[in-house]
Design a protein around this ligand. Structure first.
Ligand SMILES: Nc1ncnc2c1ncn2[C@@H]1O[C@H](COP(=O)(O)OP(=O)(O)OP(=O)(O)O)[C@@H](O)[C@H]1O
Ligand SMILES: [Mg+2]
Length: 247
């Protein structure tokens, strides 16, 4: 379970709050989508949630553990896929996976089994001996996804994970999200791909200019907007409304 409560964050030398009094709870067994325009505050929120950034106020809890009070205890329960797959270019992919396995304390046999499973699922098994610097963007992305699953985390947090993935890998990712949620784990991901959010999410939040403008199911969003359109049109309506209201 992931709980963000009253999170605010302003970057140094910035006049505006990147995230403003944001609260989201993602329950076990749930696939939760995080949507919003460029610069809305999605990555900032995610970085607070995973303990890379400190919030100015509010709390972030991972399975009840406050990440500010017990960062390692909380991080141990998270697998994270960054939006920027710039990894250690000189490491071989297999070395990187071992590094991640060491950090999370995954034993050798389990590590090997999970690498074999996920590297073949995401079709990078044959590339594991290569250095990361020689990888394409999509291959780095796949490696990050495999690495994030290595500890079999209770909470899987992904920042725009579909970017750069080929259709087969995107399909595998969606299936993995579904199977993890079905097993009672938490999946929280940001995306700009409306079709993915529409098909995949149990609930979603829409953020605009640092503030949550909607949290709920797609059906609730449709009711609220009094429309039966696609998520794309509902999203655009909601974000435009906020812009007009000067929010
Ligand atoms: N390192 C930083 N220093 C200063 N301001 C930042 C920094 N990172 C982000 N911001 C600002 O914080 C706000 C939120 O940015 P953030 O990256 O969280 O948005 P996002 O929703 O992830 O956008 P995108 O969809 O483009 O990834 C933006 O106004 C951005 O300019
Ligand atoms: Mg972002």
């Amino acid at each position: 379970m992931l709980e963000l409560s009253g999170i605010s964050k302003t970057y140094a030398k910035s006049a505006v709050k990147a995230v403003d009094d944001l609260s989201i709870t993602v329950k076990d067994g749930e696939i939760f989508g995080f949507l919003g325009p460029n610069g809305a505050g999605k990555t900032t929120t995610i970085k607070v949630l995973i303990g890379v950034l400190c919030a100015d106020s509010g709390t972030a809890r991972v399975d009840g553990i406050d990440i500010a009070a017990d960062p390692l205890g909380a991080k141990r329960r998270i697998g994270y896929v960054t939006d920027n797959p710039e990894l250690f270019a000189r490491l071989k992919a297999s070395e990187y996976l071992n590094f991640v396995g060491d950090i999370y304390g995954v034993d050798t046999a389990t590590r090997q089994a999970r690498v074999a499973e996920y590297a073949s699922l995401f079709d990078i098994k044959d590339a594991l001996g290569g250095s990361i610097g020689s990888f394409s963007h999509g291959m780095k992305q796949k490696l990050l996804v495999v690495a994030s699953l290595l500890p079999d985390p209770q909470n899987w947090v992904l920042d725009e994970p579909m970017v750069g993935l080929d259709p087969r890998a995107a399909f595998a990712l969606k299936e993995t999200m579904r199977s993890r949620a079905a097993a009672g784990k938490t999946v929280f991901f940001s995306t700009h791909v409306m079709e993915v959010a529409e098909k995949l999410c149990d609930r979603l939040s829409i953020i605009n200019k640092g503030r949550i403008v909607f949290t709920g199911t797609l059906e609730e969003l449709k009711e609220m907007q009094g429309a039966d359109g696609s998520l794309e049109s509902l999203f655009l309506e909601l974000v435009d409304e906020q812009a007009e209201a000067g929010a």
